[in-house]
Design a protein around this ligand. Structure first.
Ligand code: CA
Ligand code: CA
Ligand code: CA
Ligand code: CA
Length: 264
């Protein structure tokens, strides 16, 4: 998996996590010219890849459990497709080749534990998990975190961190830790050891590959997270946003909040 570039600020769930795919980077909605910059920061509003002869498309997962596809018509958008009720509020949307067949899927998770793969061109259901497999999912992110080529689904499901094979659809690993309340996740090498971590906004940092718990910060990392090398030491800092406004920076390699004292 390609390393993240230090110049790239990652919001949790951003498309840079798709490194390694030859398909258009999904999830990158910046540059669409959308009215309202806030849209580009909403995890459940994602861009579908451009195709010849059609306007730009957006996929939106709503809190009522419906996935909508909108297509640009001049200066506005029309809804061109809507799903059936997908059993629960949509709590995660990602556009990715999740089953490694060369075609993009829309992956939608619901807070009542359902996972749906929809074909990103015709919106047909490609796969859905069994009812009852999970009672609750609070966060989902797709990223390739191991040696096989297909992405994994990283879930906070029934209070545990779960790694789920995206192509063969089975649970590869679940955390011993229970009671997790994760709503946002980030995959990046945040301690500079050349291996990715999975950072949960409720304060856990796991090794993405070997799954060990590397740090637990009791106060949590806010509601949204990004990673950027702000001091040029080659190691990404974790940038956390609390209550939609207050920013704190962390040196995960040192397991502490970064000192913001100016030294110049
Ligand atoms: Ca696919
Ligand atoms: Ca993999
Ligand atoms: Ca690391
Ligand atoms: Ca740094």
């Amino acid at each position: 998996m390609a390393r993240l570039r230090s110049s790239c600020l990652l919001l949790a769930g951003a498309g840079a996590l798709l490194a390694g795919s030859s398909l258009p980077a999904a999830g990158q909605v910046s540059g669409l010219g959308l009215a309202g910059d806030a849209l580009v920061e909403m995890d459940n509003v994602q861009a579908l890849p451009d195709a010849a002869g059609r306007g730009r498309r957006l996929v939106i997962g709503d809190g009522r459990g419906v996935v909508h596809v909108y297509e640009q018509r001049g200066r506005s958008y029309d809804e061109i497709w809507a799903s059936r009720y997908l059993e629960g509020s949509i709590c995660g949307i990602q556009v990715i080749d999740i089953n490694d067949d060369g075609l993009l899927e829309i992956v939608a998770c619901t807070d009542r534990g359902r996972i749906h793969y929809l074909d990103a061109e015709n919106y047909n259901t490609v796969w859905t998990n069994s009812p009852g497999e999970y009672q609750q999912i609070s966060a989902m992110l797709a990223a390739n975190v191991d040696d096989d080529p297909q992405p994994e689904l990283i879930l906070c499901a029934d209070g545990r961190l779960v790694i789920y094979d995206g192509r063969d659809q089975f649970e590869e690993w679940r955390s011993e830790q229970t009671g997790l309340t994760t709503t946002s996740m980030l995959v990046a090498d945040v301690d500079g050891d050349a291996m990715d971590e999975i950072v949960l906004n409720d304060g856990y940092v796991f090794s993405a590959r070997v799954h060990t718990l590397e740090w637990q910060f009791a106060e949590g990392f806010g509601e949204r997270m990004g990673a950027l090398d702000l001091d040029g030491d080659g190691i990404l800092e974790l940038i956390s946003e609390y209550r939609s406004r207050f920013i704190r920076l962390f040196d995960v390699d040192l397991r502490r909040e970064k000192s913001l004292r100016a030294n110049y």
